[in-house]
Design a protein around this ligand. Sequence first.
Ligand code: PLP
Length: 481
Amino acid sequence: MIQFVSNKGGGQPVDFETAILDGFASDGGLYVPTTLPKISLQEIAKWKDYSYTAVAYEVLSRFIDESVISEKELKQLLADSFSSFYHQQLIPNYALKSQPNFYIQELFHGPTLSFKDVAMGFVVNLFNFFLKRRGEQMSIIVATTGDTGPAAAHASIGKESLNTWVLYPKELITEEQERQMTTISAPNVFAVGVSDCPDGADDLDILIADLFVDKSFKKELNLSSVNSINWGRVMMQTVHYFYGYLQTVNKVGELLNFAVPSGAFGNLCAGSLAKMMGLPVGKFIIANNQNACLHRIFTQGIFLKKDIIACQASAIDILIPYNFWRYLYFAIGQKPTKIKGWIADFEKTGKVLFDKETFDAYSKGYLAAIISDEETLATIKSVYETEQYLLDPHAAVAVKAAQNLVPKLSPNTKTLCLATAHPCKFPESIKLALGTESNDLPPAGKHKSVEEAKTFCQRIYSCDYKNMDTAIRRSMKAAVN
Ligand SMILES: Cc1ncc(COP(=O)(O)O)c(C=O)c1O
C-alpha cells in the first residue's frame, strides 16, 4: 500500500485518498509519498507513441493502489478530465524556428487556457469521485495569481459534492483572467476579489493556511484545497515532463533540458520528482521574473521574502515558493525534522540561509535566470516577428531564460520551454510587446472562450484585505448552512 506522510514529519501516514482530500497534512506540512516510484528507461521507451492520457495512466498508477481506484476507474477519470481540451493532442509541441534545439510545450489548451487545467481538472474530478463514494460534501478554497482560480472554478462546474471558493488579488490579475472566474453561473462556484493585498496572492495563501489551522472551522466546512499544496496537483504535473520528453527527444536515454516559468515551484517540483523517478533530464532552467525568489534560493542559498514587484508575467509574482519545501524533502534524503526547522525559522525571521551541504544537494542540475519586463516583451516581439508564433509573457520568460543560459547547457542538447498560458489571457502585454492596438491583436492573441466571457455579467464577491478573514469565514459558512 503506497502511503503519504507530512514533509514536516508530524501525524500518521495516510493513504492516497486521505492525502488528496486533506490537502494539508495534519501538522500543516505538505504530503509526500514515503517512497518515489522508480521508472526504468526501458519502461519509458515503451511509452514513446503513447497519448498523453496513456502516459498519465502509467505514471499515476505507480502512486495509486488499485484498491483505492481501479484501473477502469482511473482510466475513466483521466478521459473525463481532458474531454474539454481544445487541442486534439492535448499538449502539443512546437519547434522554434528562430532558435535551434528549442521546443515549446503548449500546456495551455485546456478549458481556461493555462497549464493549471492539466492537473486541476483531474484533481477536482478525484475529489468528486471520492466524495460521491463517501456520500460527503466538501468546501474547497484556493488562492490564485490568475490561472489556478479559473481552472478550479471551471473544473467544479456541475460537481454537486463541492463548493469551490477562489480568492484573487483584485487589481493584480488581468480582466480576462477575472472574467474566466466571475462569468461562471454554477451555484457551487464563488469568486472573491480581494482589494489591497500588500503582497499579492501570497497574502491569500497565508489566509488559507490560517483557515486550515482553525480545526473547528475546517471540520464544520469539511474544508480542503486544490492549490498546489495538494499532492494530487504535483503528482499530475509530473506527467507532462514524461510526455514532453517523449515528444521531443530522438532516442529515450538522451538528456533533455526543461525551462520552466516558476513562481510557487509546484510545476518545477513536479519536474524534479519526475527526474528522481528516472526521467533523463539535463538541466532544469528556473525562469523567474523580477521577483526572483527562486533565483536567490538556487544561486545564493537564501530563502528570503522581499516586497512584491508587479511584472508582465504576473502569474509568477510570487514571493514564497512553498513547493520548494516538498522538493527539498527529497533532495536532502527525506529528513523531515530539518524541513520543519527551516520552515519555523522562515516563519519567525522571514529568511533562511542554507548551509553548503544542503545547498549543494538541492542546487545541482539547476540553472536560474531573472528576466526583466523589457526582455519579456522583446522576446514576444522577436519570436513573433521571425516566425509569427505568439508567446505569452510566461512562456517568453522561459524562452529568454533558456536563451541566456545556452552557454551553460551541454552542446547540442535540446531544450523544452514550458508555455504555461495562452497569450489571449494577457492582451495588454501582447499589445505592449507588438506595439499594436487591441483590435489589431493577431488571431493567435485571441480565443473564442475569452471573447465570449466579455458578453456575460460578472458575479463577484468583493472584500478588502484587512477584513478578509472574517468576511470569507462568514460567506463560506452561509453557503453551506
Ligand atoms: C501562467 C503561469 N505560469 C507559471 C506559473 C508558475 O507555476 P508554479 O507556481 O507552479 O511555479 C503559474 C502559476 O502560478 C502560472 O499561472
